[in-house]
Design a protein around this ligand. Structure first.
Ligand SMILES: *[C@@H]1O[C@H](CO)[C@@H](O)[C@H](O)[C@H]1NC(C)=O
Ligand SMILES: *[C@@H]1O[C@H](CO)[C@@H](O)[C@H](O)[C@H]1NC(C)=O
Ligand SMILES: *[C@@H]1O[C@H](CO)[C@@H](O)[C@H](O)[C@H]1NC(C)=O
Length: 954
């Protein structure tokens, strides 16, 4: 019945569209194809009405000119089948239908017509049947993720023709048969020399691993074959693929000895070969210097003494050698490996005395020696093993009667992690909403992040997960996603040692996401735009269905004015009758009531007390001396009714207007938008704070307005705009070297004043180039104290992390302890921006890393010549340049204790200017300081920005 009605509508709209297509932007064939797809699906976005998907910006659809180039509908709860009509969309580049588990049926052969397709993502849907061999015709494909469906049959050999594929994920299906390789007439996977990712885990692949599969021409990073039914030996050709970082052949039926040249794989971090029938001697893996995670459990190796080379693997975090015929004593040297976290040696014949030595890794969490022949446990009383779970159950040492030692029983340790709430006031949420880390009630987008091969094994280390949150937030911000915060919880080791985490992504601005928000966030995770820190290894995400779309387009959306949407209105009216009218009426009532409520609230919570009623102009409240109170009427008059012409800026907090006082003086009025209105008390605190600071390099507060439920701050007007506009050339101001030094000095003095001379001292928290303003004489003035915090004697305050990505101090992020050195970090980034004119994060590159890596004191301009702002004239000497770079790099040291104070920064810049002025021809003395660039420390929160793979934008 429903379908019939739908068909009638489609028919109607087809007729109308035929009559009206003159105006439609979308090519007729693309529209027809999309309509056919829509017919096969339920739960398509409600704005899919009319006949012009491109012109009307249908949700999930992107176009180039009149052609549809991208369909992105992840987590939309679509049900139905993928119709073969998809073949008509011949300009399609991206098809992402991931996380729609009610999308069933087979993948149509006709998919092969999409010659321009680069991304095919059907993760975690309900697809069944064989993979069509025509898939090999998709020559442009770079990204193929069909994992977590129920595809069956063989891997089509034609996939080997996809020579541009970078990411191939067929894991977690029902695929069977052999791994296809080429033989002159048919293609095979061995031809995929550019592919970095082979993800074939958890299928039913059988037969031998062909030795032809691997060669030195391959550039694989991840070879994942875990959880299949493969037999025979691991071929020695595997040792030729030098690029490998993760190798998984665990949970198969492999047999025979391991190839000796595995030892050549010096980049491998995770090697999992457990649960097979491997035999012969244990290979000597001394050469695998990068190895973090080694699991050889449950094989049939020759009985051997504990291999001494294991104690030489400096990076080892995890050693799993359960049931591997190990005998003799464990050398104490194993426990001094500095990174060691987990050692599982159950079910072996280890005997003698357990001696863990005098220096044990402080990261060790688990030592499981169940069912061995350990007779004694010697423990130096100096050694603290309280954090280590030692299990000796079923060893002679535990069989003496009357011994009740902790290590003779298994305690269920439970180190569950949940993102801690930020320092904010908890509120009670309605039963279906969830409290975000920023204490807002909302409907998050949820799902499971699964890491297929982490290089660590602990799950109780908060720093590790805090880093993951940070990198997630950073990517969401970098790609402008409407995300307020993320929370991670319940880390758990799933089957085949995958690490699963529950991810909740909270919306910003409102309490729910719209469809575009969900599908674009899901796409970032489905197509691996988001890259976690390297230690997490390969991952995939499975999003839950999002059930909280509010179809608010009628209430909030722009009034459809284009002629091409006539059809939509006609079709809508035909279906919905006068529903539209009712909705509009409701909307009016809603807005009216909101206004009334807002008035009530603002009346009740007047923090300035009754005598502060705007009608009485009582200006003698002592704390607020220096700041004048303006009425709403005044604000309106001075800004010409907040006219568009006077709007000079906007941001998360609201808008900034230029205004003119009756005496002609210019002012800037910052008007908070409704969502960012803070509590009255905080507003008052901020004003009190601001009215106490007066410095030539700080934008001064002239007054405020707190009336009609609005909050406004009135500042002096600073004529030459932001430093960002000046550096980017937008404001047309030429910044020569001396001017840059002077601007840096001004901003530094302003900050120094806040840190050292304000009482109590103030941390700005949001230093960035858009918050440094330039007056008519290019004097720098620090602005925007919205996030500023006074701090007390402790020297730091623990607080919810806020600030701007790129400028944000990584240490502050990790410890949540804010000190004035966090401002120093941001200032260092600002200094780098001053010389390079680059944004802190640009095209996935983080300025701090880029500069640190490029610095070479033996070259001109410290090796930075290529990246200097081209508008800096290099013909005239840049006095103090090297010192300036030194100072910037010191300021962005990872550890706050290595950063200078703002006071020192001021003196140094004064020095540089002095040098330049006093003796313009003097070369600045070179300093001997060097830069330790910490490589390989994968915990650095900005690590994410060093991955060089940039995938095509959808
Ligand atoms: C392992 O190989 C290294 C060199 O590759 C060698 O120095 C060491 O003696 C070997 N160890 C064993 C136990 O064979
Ligand atoms: C431990 O086992 C090895 C080999 O099985 C044997 O040679 C040795 O004597 C045993 N040591 C002790 C202390 O039992
Ligand atoms: C967590 O991991 C990091 C990096 O491996 C390490 O520096 C830190 O000490 C660990 N914390 C704990 C409590 O083990």
């Amino acid at each position: 019945m429903l379908i019939m009605g739908e068909r009638m509508l489609i028919l109607l709209s087809l007729i109308f569209s035929y009559l009206l297509t003159v105006d439609a932007r979308t090519a007729q064939s693309d529209y027809t194809a999309l309509l056919a797809l829509k017919l096969g699906w339920e739960n398509t976005p409600p704005d899919w009405v009319g006949s012009d998907p491109c012109g009307d910006d249908w949700e999930g659809i992107e176009c180039s000119k009149s052609r549809i180039t991208s369909i992105s509908l992840a987590s939309m709860d679509l049900s139905g089948q993928l119709s073969s009509d998809i073949r008509l969309l011949s300009e399609l580049r991206v098809l992402d239908l991931s996380y729609n588990n009610k999308l069933t049926g087979s993948l149509p052969r006709e998919i092969a017509n999409l010659k321009k397709l680069t991304h095919l993502l059907l993760i975690s849907c309900g697809f069944t049947g064989p993979l069509p061999d025509t898939i090999g015709n998709l020559e442009r494909l770079v990204f193929l993720s069909l994992n977590s469906n129920s595809f069956s049959g063989r891997i089509p050999p034609a996939i080997g023709n996809l020579s541009n594929v970078y990411w191939l994920d067929l894991a977690e299906n029902q695929l069977d048969g052999p791994i296809p390789i080429s033989n002159g007439t048919t293609p095979g996977l061995d031809m995929m020399h550019h592919t970095k990712h082979f993800h074939f885990g958890k299928n039913k692949l059988s037969g031998n691993i062909p030795s032809q599969l691997f060669s030195s021409e391959m550039t694989l990073i991840h070879a994942l074959f875990e959880g299949n039914q493969l037999t025979g030996r691991i071929p020695s050709t595997l040792g030729l693929v030098q690029s490998l970082e993760v190798v998984r052949f665990d949970d198969n039926f492999l047999s025979g000895p391991l190839p000796l040249n595995l030892n050549n794989l010096t980049n491998v971090q995770s090697l999992l070969l457990s649960n097979n029938r491997l035999s012969g001697p244990l290979p000597n893996l001394t050469g695998m210097k990068a190895l973090n995670y080694l699991d050889m459990s449950n094989n049939s190796f020759d009985p051997s003494d504990f291999p001494p080379w294991l104690s030489t693997l400096e990076s080892l975090t995890t050693l799993m050698m359960e049931n591997t015929q190990l005998q003799g004593q464990i050398p104490a040297s194993l426990f001094s490996l500095a990174q060691l976290q987990t050692v599982v040696l159950k079910n072996n014949q280890l005997n003698g005395t357990l001696d863990i030595g005098a220096t044990i890794s402080n990261k060790l969490e688990l030592l499981d020696l169940q069912t061995n022949f350990v007779e004694e446990f010697d423990l130096d009383p100096q050694i603290d093993v309280s954090k280590v779970e030692i299990i000796l159950v079923n060893n002679p040492v535990c069989q003496e009667t009357g011994v009740a030692r902790t290590y003779c029983s298994i305690s269920k340790s439970n180190d569950s992690y949940t993102t801690p709430p930020n320092n904010c006031v908890h509120v009670a949420c309605s039963s279906d909403q969830i409290l975000s880390p920023n204490c807002k009630c909302a409907y998050p987008y949820t799902g499971t992040l699964t890491f297929r091969a982490t290089s660590f094994s602990e799950t109780g280390n908060e720093t590790i997960f805090a880093n993951l949150e940070f990198s997630l937030m950073q990517s969401f911000q970098l790609y402008d996603k409407p995300v307020d915060s993320v929370s991670l919880s319940n880390p758990r080791r799933g089957s085949v040692q995958y690490l699963d985490l529950t991810l909740k992504v909270f919306p910003s601005g409102q309490d729910h996401f719209n469809r575009t928000g969900i599908s674009s966030i899901a796409f970032m995770l489905s197509n691996q735009t988001y890259k976690p820190p390297k230690m997490f290894g390969p991952y995939y995400f499975i999003g839950d269905t999002y059930e909280h779309f509010v179809d608010d387009s009628v209430l909030e959306g722009p009034v459809p004015s284009s002629k091409s949407s006539n059809v939509g209105i006609i079709a809508g009216a035909a279906g919905g009758g006068s529903a539209l009218l009712v909705l509009l009426l409701l909307a009016c009532v809603y807005v009216f009531r909101q206004k009334k409520n807002a008035k009530k609230v603002s009346g009740k919570n007047n923090p300035f007390g009754e005598q502060w009623d705007p009608d009485e102009s009582n200006t003698s409240i002592p704390q607020l001396k220096g700041a004048r109170r303006f009425t709403f009427e005044e604000m309106k008059n001075y800004t010409r009714d907040f006219s568009q012409a006077n709007n000079i800026g906007s941001g998360g907090y609201g808008k900034v207007y230029r205004g003119t006082l009756p005496n002609g003086q210019l002012i800037a009025v910052k008007r908070a938008q409704k969502e960012s209105i803070q509590g009255g008390m905080e507003f008052k605190t901020e004003i009190e704070l601001l009215s106490r600071v007066h410095h030539k390099n700080l934008v001064s507060l002239m007054g405020f307005c707190f009336a009609e439920g609005e909050q406004m701050l009135v500042y002096e007007y600073v004529a030459n705009g932001t430093l960002k506009d000046a550096v980017s050339g937008k404001s047309g101001i030429r910044l020569d070297w001396i001017r840059r030094l002077k601007i840096a000095l001004g901003a530094a003095r302003g900050l120094d004043y806040l840190h050292e001379h304000a009482n109590p001292p103030i941390i700005h928290r949001d230093i960035k180039s858009t918050n440094i303003l330039l007056d008519e004489r290019l004097t720098a003035k620090v602005a925007d104290f919205g996030l500023s915090k006074p701090y007390g004697e402790k020297g730091y305050i623990t607080t919810q992390v806020k600030g701007t990505m790129g400028y944000l101090d990584p240490e502050y992020y990790m410890t949540q302890q804010l000190t004035e050195k966090s401002d120093v970090y941001s200032f260092g980034v600002l200094m780098l921006e001053l010389i390079t004119a680059r944004k802190p994060i640009e095209r996935g590159k983080y300025i701090v890393k880029v500069v640190k890596n490029a610095i070479d004191k033996t070259k001109d301009f410290c090796g930075l010549k290529e990246m200097l702002d081209p508008t800096i004239d290099l013909a005239t000497p840049l006095h103090g340049f090297e010192k300036f770079v030194d100072l910037a790099i010191q300021s962005v040291e990872d550890s706050s204790s290595n950063r200078p104070s703002m006071n020192y920064v001021v003196k140094e810049i004064e020095n540089m200017l002095h040098l330049a002025g006093a003796n313009p021809n003097a070369e600045s003395a070179s300093t001997s300081s060097s830069y330790e660039v910490s490589k390989g420390s994968s915990l650095h929160p900005y690590e994410y920005f060093d991955t060089s793979v940039v995938l095509p934008r959808a």
